[in-house]
Ligand binder design. Structure first.
Ligand SMILES: [Zn+2]
Length: 245
């Protein structure tokens, strides 16, 4: 294949833009925020689970407190009824003894229930503190996630704008080449990553491999307008005074 040396050198401009486009694509896939977001999402799920667990415990305790209060109310109502009967004065001696005995039993029962209730409420208070803590941690985790997502979106927007500019630039440069030369360049770029590079100090600028004696001899034999490709990576080797020929 033939191409004017000036045209061949312009392939380097195309390669530079393609390198930048490849860098944009690589950066898009390797943004640190991607890992950060995955970790933050894991944290949000863990904190959510912890919050749900502590809220379930709190709900259970609320139910226990209510049940305990109802039971105490029932005992208290029974006590009031007994006291009412005693105050009425219309009970016989046997019933009087029974009522007094029952009142003593009910008093002890209520005392025990009230002790249990106090203990329940203390536990509930501690769990309430845990719940506030878990709730704050959940909110923190959500904020961390939102922050990482904002930074990712902003980085992606920057990359998108760079990509749009470079893509337009590439289109302009690419349009100046004959189709067959561009096809060779694009095919090599697609398979190896770099379509054209400078041959510098006998080294292919794409794969960095130094040309051996026979390869150098072949390059030396080639005419200035011959398109020379690296035997290792296929990149079009653009020759200049720095090529070491
Ligand atoms: Zn090479």
């Amino acid at each position: 294949m033939k191409a004017d040396p000036v045209v061949q050198r312009r392939l380097l401009d195309l390669a530079r833009v393609d390198t930048e486009l490849a860098r944009v694509e690589h950066r898009r896939r390797t943004l640190p925020e991607i890992v950060e977001i995955a970790e933050a999402e894991k944290q949000v799920r863990a904190k959510q689970d912890a919050l749900t667990a502590v809220e379930t415990t709190l709900g259970d305790l609320d139910r226990d407190v209510k049940r305990q209060e109802t039971e105490i109310d029932q005992v208290r109502a029974r006590e009031e009824r007994d006291r009412g009967l005693l105050a009425g004065g219309s009970v016989g001696a046997k019933q009087l003894t029974d009522l007094e005995h029952e009142l003593a039993t009910l008093g002890r029962r209520r005392g025990a229930l009230e002790d249990d209730l106090l203990e329940l409420m203390e536990r509930r208070e501690a769990v309430e503190v845990d719940s506030q803590h878990a709730s704050a941690q959940f909110a923190n985790a959500q904020e961390t996630l939102a922050d990482a997502a904002r930074r990712r979106d902003s980085a992606l927007a920057d990359l998108e704008s760079t990509e749009a500019k470079r893509t337009a630039e590439r289109k302009t440069i690419a349009s100046t080449f004959e189709a067959p030369l561009l096809a060779v360049y694009d095919r090599v770029r697609l398979h190896k990553g770099t379509g054209a590079a400078l041959l510098q100090s006998r080294r292919c600028g794409a794969c960095r491999i130094e040309l051996d004696r026979s390869a150098i001899a072949k390059v030396k034999e080639a005419l200035a307008d011959d398109v020379v490709q690296c035997e290792e990576c296929g990149a079009i080797m653009v020759r200049t005074g720095e090529s070491g020929l």
